[in-house]
Every structure is written in structure tokens, then in C-alpha cells.
Ligand binder design. Structure first.
Ligand SMILES: CC(C)(COP(=O)(O)OP(=O)(O)OC[C@H]1O[C@@H](n2cnc3c(N)ncnc32)[C@H](O)[C@@H]1OP(=O)(O)O)[C@@H](O)C(=O)NCCC(=O)NCCS
Length: 196
């Protein structure tokens, strides 16, 4: 059931809302699919107690820290309300508020519908027109083509090749590292102005 008061963003097909304290099971189920966490943990599910004791509390704290402007938000199909995963738009811990990370993790059943592209485009618009953001960035493993395609389709470009963090060395393709993508407000505005 969607709680409109907690709605963060709505696109044609997807609604983002704040997670609540009783939403651990949604995150546990999402991270239990090896395909979903393939380029994050190498396919190992996230332990339920880690979700309950660390991940969800940290998401909830984020709403307070950033007064609801940024965070990790649950994604639902607007039509019917099915949970499809999450998107995030958030500064780095202790980092500047005008430089934020775009991220996404969707249930396999929701892949291939253009949802990640649709919501990411709307999040960029919100960031650059409503939240005083200067740069949006995202990081992805070199083998994670779907994630890279999403960022490319919303106008982001590779600015840096990244080494693989120590806790991700078991992930397939770790030897290839990853990419940092970025788009600045100026680039986003130019792209919007150039659109027919
Ligand atoms: C990354 C992810 C969110 C993409 O979600 P999605 O809603 O399926 O993405 P879209 O439908 O908007 O598709 C984006 C592009 O990726 C392409 N794509 C999707 N799956 C693909 C695959 N297996 N191989 C190559 N391209 C793929 C799509 O074709 C589309 O590009 P196109 O329009 O040029 O064809 C989804 O795959 C996911 O949740 N993956 C697991 C979690 C994850 O890896 N998150 C990112 C961590 S950095």
C-alpha cells in the first residue's frame, strides 16, 4: 500500500516512497536473488540480520540527516503498487550536499522495462532543478552493462576508471575494475536544451 505522504518522486510508471521500519523483508527478499547482487557481492545474499540491524536503520537515519531531500527510496509500480526495488540519490557520508550518488537495485522481475532509465532521468531532473545539486555520480563494475547503459541513456559519462574495493574482489570481473560516471548541472541543462 503506498503512503502518499511519504512519496518522494513519481514518474509515469514508478512511485518512490520512503522506506519504513517494517520494510526489512522487502530488502531481504531483493538481496536474496543472486542475479540482483551479482556485481555487488558476487551473488551472495545479504544476511537478514545485516539488513535489519545495519542497512534499514541507516536508510531511516538518512531521511532525518537530509530532511527527506536525499536517501534510499522504495520503488513501486504506480499501477498496482508492486515493490520493484530501490533507487538512491544521496551525498557521500560527510560529503558535500551538492554532489550526490545515483544508485538503483531492482527485482529481476522488473528488469528490461526501462524502469531504471525512466526513474534515473527523473531523479536527475529533481536533483538539478529542485535540490541545488551540482554533480550526480554513479559507480559500477566494468562488466555491469545494464547499469552502465542506464547511466549513458540519462546523459552520464565515464570520468574515471576505478579499482575494485577489497571487499568486492570475489565479484566476477573484479580484475577489470569499474567506472565512475558523472553529469554536471551544466551538462544536464545543455542536454535538455538540445533535445527536440
Ligand atoms: C541495473 C538495473 C537497475 C537496470 O534496470 P532496468 O530497469 O532493467 O534497466 P532499463 O530497462 O532501464 O535498461 C537499461 C539499458 O540496459 C540494457 N540492458 C538490460 N539488461 C541488459 C543485459 N543483460 N545486457 C546488456 N544490456 C542490458 C537495456 O537494454 C537498456 O539499454 P537499451 O535501451 O540501450 O537497450 C538492473 O539490471 C538491476 O537491478 N541490476 C542488479 C543491481 C545492480 O547491478 N545495480 C547497479 C549496481 S552499480
Amino acid at each position: 500500500m503506498l503512503r502518499p505522504v511519504e512519496t518522494y518522486l513519481q514518474t509515469d510508471r514508478v512511485t518512490l516512497r520512503r522506506f519504513g521500519a517494517d520494510d526489512a523483508d522487502l530488502l531481504i527478499e531483493l538481496d536474496s536473488d543472486p542475479a540482483v547482487v551479482r556485481y555487488l557481492s558476487g551473488g551472495a545474499p545479504t544476511a537478514p540480520e545485516v539488513v535489519r540491524e545495519r542497512i534499514l536503520p541507516s536508510i531511516l537515519t538518512g531521511y532525518e540527516r537530509w530532511s527527506g531531500a536525499f536517501g534510499v527510496f522504495a520503488a513501486h509500480e504506480t499501477d498496482g503498487g508492486a515493490f520493484i526495488g530501490w533507487f538512491c540519490l544521496r551525498p557521500e557520508p560527510g560529503g558535500p550536499l551538492d554532489e550526490v550518488e545515483l544508485g538503483y537495485r531492482l527485482r529481476q522481475a522488473a528488469w528490461g522495462n526501462g524502469y531504471a532509465t525512466e526513474v534515473s532521468a527523473a531523479l536527475l531532473e529533481k536533483a538539478f532543478t529542485g535540490l541545488d545539486v551540482r554533480t550526480v555520480w554513479g559507480a559500477t563494475m566494468a562488466l555491469n552493462t545494464p547499469s552502465q547503459r542506464v547511466m549513458e541513456k540519462v546523459g552520464m559519462a565515464v570520468v574515471e576508471h576505478l579499482g575494485t574495493p577489497d571487499d568486492m574482489l570475489a565479484v566476477e570481473g573484479a580484475e577489470l575494475g569499474g567506472h565512475r560516471y558523472e553529469i554536471t548541472r551544466e551538462q544536464w541543462e545543455q542536454r535538455r536544451a538540445a533535445r527536440p
